[in-house]
Design a protein around this ligand. Structure first.
Ligand code: PGA
Length: 258
């Protein structure tokens, strides 16, 4: 299986989100085999987009959540509220939130635990900054993030967690790591996962890649067996790009069953 997560960020309002969701459904129609697709509109569009994707194979994801069920937390939204809207997935720990909103590993940990407690599927983002990469400490960075966020977390099934390896320097920049670098990082990530989640088979936890994915650079990532999918930002609000990405994933899956 391959998973494509479309992170629409703050790029679209309600009307555009609904149109994109409809377009995504059309793109998936009539395929022999297609990837799992999770679309993550802004909060304000979740309700309308849910009406579009309900009873389809497309999953609805949120871009963030808060870690309490309810209470005096102005502006925040809980997992319980999200599931009420039909949201099944949530992106947690995105580098933009870490950078602009001051999210720490501890906050990310609380969010992951809350999402899991609310039976949501978590897409946990990890990745090093450009200076960490230059200093050659990308593994240490990713290790720290995974250990701080996941150690002791109760995971009932490997399906509930996906890791998105997103080097911060690759997000929205057009720069992408070599596929070999991603593969090596995926192996490393799985070794940490088996350490921090010993009851899980780390090979079954999906590890996605994210950062400057576009239609025309997708195939080399997806044809790798250990890259379980992609977290797509900018390109995911362009329907022709999203279609190319889904086409590439379908092609890979088709070849696997042929
Ligand atoms: P990008 O963003 O595809 O625009 O680089 C990826 C992400 O932030 O998830």
């Amino acid at each position: 299986m391959k998973t494509i997560v479309a992170n629409w960020k703050m790029n679209v309002g309600v009307r555009e989100s609904v149109a994109l969701a409809r377009g995504t459904l059309l793109t998936l129609r009539g395929r022999r085999i297609s990837p799992e697709v999770v679309i993550c509109p802004p909060f304000i569009a979740l309700s309308e987009v849910h009406k579009v994707v309900a009873r389809s194979a497309v999953f609805l994801g949120a871009q963030n959540l808060f870690w309490e069920d309810h209470g005096a937390y102005t502006g925040e939204i809980s997992g319980r509220m999200l599931t009420e809207l039909g949201v099944s997935h949530v992106i947690v720990g995105h580098s933009e939130r870490r950078e602009y909103l001051g999210e720490t590993d501890e906050m990310v940990r609380n969010k992951v635990a809350h999402a899991l407690a609310n039976q949501m599927n978590v897409i946990l983002c990890v990745g090093e900054t450009v200076s960490e990469r230059k200093a050659g400490v990308q593994r240490e960075r990713v290790r720290t993030q995974l250990v701080r966020v996941l150690a002791g977390v109760r995971l009932k099934s490997h399906d509930r967690l996906m890791i998105a390896y997103e080097p911060v320097w690759a997000i929205g920049t057009g720069e992408i790591p070599e596929v070999a670098e991603i593969l090596a990082m995926n192996v490393y990530i799985r070794s940490i996962l088996s350490e921090v989640l010993p009851e899980m088979n780390a090979n079954k936890i999906r590890v996605l890649y994210g950062g400057s994915v576009e239609g025309n650079n997708t195939y080399p990532f997806l044809r790798e067996q250990t890259i379980d999918g992609l977290l797509v930002g900018g390109a995911s609000v362009k329907l022709n790009q999203l279609k190319e990405i889904i086409d590439a994933a379908s092609e890979v899956l088709d070849a696997q069953i042929a």
